[in-house]
Design a protein around this ligand. Structure first.
Ligand SMILES: [Fe+2]
Length: 169
């Protein structure tokens, strides 16, 4: 195995420390892409799940920077509603299978009582080895017809992040 969880975490930490801006995220995408194509890494950390089993596992959480390396394994089809990740960015990395991803643009800002309204902007397919960066506030919706395995890097553990109230216009 050329990529280990430790080497992946170390490389991400170095990239985000040396460039906390968009350039650092771009480097993280390249680092993640390498891990996605490492069959031994994928076999070791993205174990098969039974249908209905919880898809998400936090594999690593950085105690200083707060970023997380997560494994997401869906045993069947999975269709997400348009959403953002609140105050966090995220990188979706496709290890196996395909994700049809849609980006949405905000056409009306929300308020405490009203959701943000969004419209479809573009749809594209993530295939094994693809790592795509979603900045804070980027609205997207993933759709998977068949089982997939993903590595997701989160700026902060999304289990603890409140998402925006979003609705398709
Ligand atoms: Fe997302």
């Amino acid at each position: 195995m050329t990529v280990t969880l430790e080497s992946l975490a170390d490389e991400i930490r170095t990239a985000l420390t040396s460039d906390p801006g968009p350039g650092g995220k771009d480097t993280v995408c390249k680092i993640v892409s390498k891990a996605l194509l490492d069959k031994e890494f994928v076999a070791a950390h993205l174990k098969d799940r039974a249908d209905g089993e919880h898809p998400r596992e936090v594999l690593f959480e950085d105690p200083d920077l707060g970023f997380c390396i997560c494994g997401h394994v869906y045993a069947g089809s999975a269709h997400g509603e348009p959403h953002d990740h609140g105050s966090s960015w995220a990188i979706y990395g496709q290890a196996t299978g395909e994700t049809e991803m849609t980006d949405w643009k905000i056409v009306k800002q929300g308020s405490d009582a009203q959701p943000k309204l969004v419209e479809k902007e573009r749809t594209y397919t993530l295939v094994p080895g693809d790592a795509h960066f979603y900045d804070v506030g980027d609205v997207h919706s993933p759709s998977r017809e068949a089982p997939v395995k993903l590595i997701r890097i989160e700026g902060a553990n999304l289990d603890e992040v409140q998402r925006s109230n979003i609705k398709a216009a």
